[in-house]
Design a protein. Structure first.
Length: 461
């Protein structure tokens, strides 16, 4: 069996700051000369530093003749890896932790369908200049003509069953329509006529964000969602805690959210905005704090050194801190928000630890059991006739529970045309493998790399 990924001397060092993978078609064929971009979404503190690292510009690589790519010498952190434009295929992306060698990207063949129709006002006259655009990022928009008509090209793939399309025109409520696409084939025409309702009243929405202790809160993210609509208004509080949305439709119900982390709780409320009632002073409560310390270990109690997880209160939308283990796996958080805590990664491998409850002023000492180590699984997928088979979706799951603390992990990759796949940096214990291959029923297997070995054979039904 051929092993995917970089040479062996790089594989054995799980702390290597690199990301590697392959770019494959859904049939498992390798794609050469595909441009790959890696952009840091979150960097971890360097050794000896207490704060987060500076996020650099994006990195660029490309696939070799066997479809492999690699980024070397990356700052420790989590990265969004994305393919550039490649003729005939839809771009793909994945968010991974530095050190992952199985960041495989599967590209779907891309075709073009056309959605056409007419846009009318609620009074029945055609609307010119309406911006018509797919919700999916990276696709172009068109404008309606003098008769309110449009023809929008939409990139589709084999799995496409529908497309979400937005219609935007100043003075009218935005409309979002889901258009069914019966056959994923190039050249098909689909009709979608739309009626847009004029906005009757506009108003400016203002407010302030302050702590219940009396201090103003600057640089807080404010979001306003019209209930029943897809659009979102965003603002940030200034140095005096004030925010402004200059033009919002009046007479509607909205969801108003303030992000308070790391020191204050989130605020989330349903409000009705009218011309006479559009100012919202918001008071948020500070967190109460305690201390959390312990050790990051794998299932066998072996320390996991120099590892990083975000710490978030279960009721918060953003992390309160980045928690890092030292060379012995130990960690300490002096000011952790009281309540139920969540430790998590925000990339592949997806690691989640829940069930830790901290009371104000308490000092907890807890182990964080993680699925991380030097094990790997090198797999081969065979069809019912014993021939190598590609699989566009392979998922590896793990879970552990001890004293009410629940840990889990999820990893994803794909098998190439020779049926090969790889997972690395795996901890000890039983893992569940799910294999999804086109034309076959999903296969589920349990495998413990420490007990059953690193080689795994998967037979499709």
């Amino acid at each position: 069996m051929n092993n995917a990924g970089p040479p062996e001397q790089e594989r054995t060092d799980i702390s290597a700051k690199m990301i590697a993978g392959r770019v494959l078609t859904q049939d498992g064929a390798a794609l050469a000369n595909v441009r790959i971009f890696a952009t840091a979404s979150r960097l971890f503190p360097a050794d000896g530093q207490s704060g987060p690292a500076t996020i650099p510009e994006r990195y660029e690589s490309s696939t070799d003749p066997t479809g492999n790519y690699v980024f070397r010498n990356l700052p420790d952190g989590e990265y969004t890896v994305r393919t550039g434009a490649y003729p005939g295929y839809k771009s793909s992306w994945i968010t991974v932790r530095a050190g992952v060698r199985y960041a495989d990207l599967v590209l779907e063949e891309q075709r073009t369908a056309h959605i056409r129709g007419q846009v009318l006002s609620d009074e029945g006259y055609p609307l010119e200049g309406v911006v018509v655009l797919p919700v999916l990022l990276g696709q172009g928009s068109v404008n309606t003509d003098g008769n309110g008509r449009y023809r929008l090209p939409v990139a589709i793939s084999e799995s496409t069953r529908s497309a979400m399309v937005r219609f935007q025109l100043p003075g009218f409520n935005e409309e979002t329509v889901q258009v069914s696409i019966a056959q994923s084939q190039s050249g098909q025409e689909v009709s979608a006529d739309v009626v847009m309702t004029a906005v009757r009243e506009w108003t400016a929405v203002t407010g302030t964000v302050t702590s219940s202790e009396g201090s103003v809160l600057s640089d807080r993210q404010i979001r306003l969602w019209p209930i029943g609509h897809n659009r979102t208004y965003s603002a940030v509080t200034d140095g005096e805690g004030r925010f402004l949305f200059p033009a919002v439709e009046a007479g509607q119900n909205y969801r108003l959210q303030v992000t308070g982390a790391p020191h204050h709780q989130d605020h989330d409320a349903r409000v009705r905005i009218t011309v006479d009632d559009s100012n919202f002073p918001i008071i948020v409560d500070p967190y109460e704090f305690g201390k959390v310390s312990g050790q990051m270990v794998n299932r066998d109690g072996v320390p996991v050194p120099n590892f990083h997880l975000s710490l978030r209160h279960s009721g918060a939308s953003s992390p309160a801190a980045i928690v890092s283990s030292d060379p012995s796996g130990n960690f300490l958080v002096d000011t952790a928000p009281a309540g139920e805590l969540i430790f998590a990664s925000e990339s592949t491998p997806s690691i989640l630890v829940r069930g830790i409850k901290l009371r104000q002023g308490d000092a907890l000492d807890v182990p964080l059991v993680l699925d991380w180590g030097s094990h790997e699984i090198r797999g081969l997928v065979l069809d019912r006739y014993g021939n190598p088979a590609p699989a566009s979706k392979i998922v590896l799951k793990w879970s552990h529970e001890q004293d009410g603390i629940r840990s889990s992990s999820t990893r994803r990759t794909a098998a190439d045309a020779q049926g090969n796949f790889l997972f690395s940096q795996i901890g000890p214990g039983a893992h569940r493998l799910e294999v999804h291959a086109p034309g076959y029923r999903a296969v589920t297997l349990d495998h413990d790399p420490g007990r059953d070995g690193y080689e795994l054979l998967v037979r499709l039904n």
